[in-house]
Design a protein around this ligand. Structure first.
Ligand code: HEC
Length: 136
């Protein structure tokens, strides 16, 4: 009887409650940040026109290669564009994830590439990639 009253595990209940409380904000925050990074193609089109079109267009090569159909194609595969040999020889395929990385820091995705531009804001990257996905 006396042993039951002095159960050594009594501490476990408040400690467990505390741990759970510590987890709540993290659990609550996750869907919110995932949602913030969902791209918006319409916003992405405006960002593309403001920030990418100095060098790119959808249907014509300019300073950079044309972007029609870019999502899903191999890097460096527009036949009549003069890529750096780094991009041309890379085995990168432009998945949405790789495009997000490319726009964050091109040099980290394909060292030796020649695109001298980065998009510093994660939401803008998500929006632009969503827009690129609409270009067939
Ligand atoms: C200052 C000019 C410049 C700007 C601005 C620029 N790019 Fe580029 N981009 C290039 C060049 C040059 C290349 C070719 C890189 C190489 O061959 O190494 C390139 C390549 C790319 C590629 C690889 C395409 C392929 O066919 O493999 C993608 C994707 C891309 N750019 C997306 C973008 C997006 C999206 C933006 C706007 C956020 C942007 N670029 C802004 C110059 C630019």
């Amino acid at each position: 009887m006396r042993r039951t009253a002095q159960c050594p595990h009594r501490w476990a209940v408040p400690v467990a409650a505390l741990l759970c409380a510590a987890c709540w904000p993290a659990l609550a925050a996750e869907p919110a940040s995932a949602k913030a990074l969902a791209g918006n193609a319409l916003q992405g089109k405006a960002i593309y026109e403001a920030k990418c079109s100095a060098c790119h267009s959808v249907d014509d090569n300019r300073v950079g290669p044309k972007h029609a159909g870019v999502v899903g194609r191999k890097a460096g595969s527009v036949a009549d564009y003069d890529y750096s040999s780094a991009v041309q020889q890379s085995r990168v395929v432009w998945t949405q994830a790789n495009l997000l990385r490319w726009l964050t820091e091109p040099e980290q995705v394909i060292p030796g590439q020649k695109m001298g531009y980065r998009l510093g804001v994660a939401q803008e990257r998500a929006d632009v990639v969503q827009y690129l996905a609409t270009l067939k």
